[in-house]
Design a protein around this ligand. Structure first.
Ligand SMILES: Nc1ncnc2c1ncn2[C@@H]1O[C@H](COP(=O)(O)OP(=O)(O)OP(=O)(O)O)[C@@H](O)[C@H]1O
Ligand SMILES: [Mg+2]
Length: 336
């Protein structure tokens, strides 16, 4: 079975409006679309779509607690309007996955799907497949067909965040690009062509180029996507990120302490093997605040910050010394 790509005899034109076992192809498309709504509909939340870049930045902050540079939002929207998929590239913990999912959700006006990539992904796992026992009993028809994420997103007109794309095969990457290009999915066995129903169906890929042990992306793939680079935030921006992300923990983190924490993470970004991303800084501040909270304090003190540092900042054994040294020097106390 081949989906997405046009395979010799199977293209939209010669599929036409035929019949499979007495049902017209549009009845089959209708039946599977209904099945998708039955399966996935209940997990989807509906909102008013937000497609204005400035408004989107505001909504990302107020609804998702995400502080996103205007550049990223505007480029993503421009790509969507050009029917091009987007690739977010950047170091770990810079918000690629969460921001991608939130932008897709705002754009479509409904919950988006997240597909964490794995090397064995193919069309059967992400578009749809026939249930073997049901196919034996009822044949290869809409009864035995199980629609999966990408087909569901196309039918529901919502976005898909394809996370860590470099963990997947090149064939799989090209399949997805093709679907976005043509905005339709073909299931030849069913003689069915599913067409995108609006602009909500979009794909954002994420990739962390510094991650070791992951495949390279092909030139063909990189040429076809709009590549948007993520960087570590400035100190001012990271300060805001930590504040907004920990605001619901009812303990004060004094500004001077937070500034010191940001100095530590920035120094480790230069010196350590695992360079802490804002995700690690947020975890650090969250732990420190909770340490203070369980001790019955109203304000975080330096001990809370220092004691939680190794948990948030040592992600590789080799970094132990540099983390302890940096924390001790900048905060004036050692974790151990
Ligand atoms: N711009 C941001 N605004 C708010 N929170 C952020 C931002 N960037 C990072 N974070 C913090 O990082 C977390 C999300 O990181 P996320 O997993 O999306 O990063 P990533 O770039 O996908 O990382 P990885 O490469 O490891 O997958 C959030 O839960 C939040 O705590
Ligand atoms: Mg991620």
């Amino acid at each position: 079975m081949r989906h997405g790509t046009i395979d010799m005899a199977f293209n939209e034109e010669n599929i036409g409006e035929g019949k499979v076992k007495g049902r017209t192809t549009s009845e089959i498309v209708e039946a599977i679309s209904k099945k998708i709504i039955d399966i996935y509909g209940k997990t989807i939340k509906y909102y008013k779509p937000v497609r204005n870049p400035m408004l989107m930045v505001k909504e990302l902050r107020s609804r998702f607690k995400l502080i996103v540079p205007q550049r990223i939002v505007s480029l993503t929207i421009a790509a969507f309007l050009s029917n091009r998929p987007v690739l977010y590239e950047g170091p770990p913990g810079t918000g690629k996955t969460e921001i991608g999912e939130a932008i897709l959700t705002l754009w479509a006006g409904k919950s988006s799907f997240v597909l964490p990539c794995s090397s064995n992904y193919d069309e059967y796992r992400v578009i749809g497949d026939f249930h073997p026992l049901m196919a034996l009993r009822y044949g290869f028809n809409e009864e035995s067909y199980i629609p999966r994420t990408i087909l569901a997103a196309l039918v529901l007109d919502t976005g898909v965040l394809v996370d860590e794309i470099r963990r997947s095969s090149e064939e799989f990457q090209n399949l997805l690009l093709d679907i976005i290009d043509k905005r339709r999915i073909i299931v030849p066995e069913l003689k069915a062509v599913f067409k995108a129903r609006g602009q909500g169906f979009q794909i954002i890929f994420t990739s962390n180029p510094e991650d070791i042990g992951q495949g390279e992306l092909s030139d063909a793939f990189l040429r076809r996507v709009v590549r948007i680079r993520f960087y570590y935030p400035s100190k001012e921006l990271e300060y805001e990120i930590v504040k907004i992300r920990t605001s619901d923990i009812n303990v004060e983190l004094p500004n001077e302490l937070l500034s010191k924490m940001l100095e530590v993470v920035n120094m480790l970004r230069e010196k350590a093997l695992h360079k802490p991303g804002p995700a690690d800084t947020v975890l650090w501040a969250t732990l420190a605040k909770h340490l203070a909270l369980v001790a019955g304090k109203k304000v975080v003190d330096v001990r809370d910050v220092v004691e939680s540092a190794p948990i948030a900042l040592i992600k590789r054994e080799e970094d132990t010394d540099i983390v302890i040294k940096t924390v001790s020097e900048l905060l004036g106390a050692s974790p151990w």
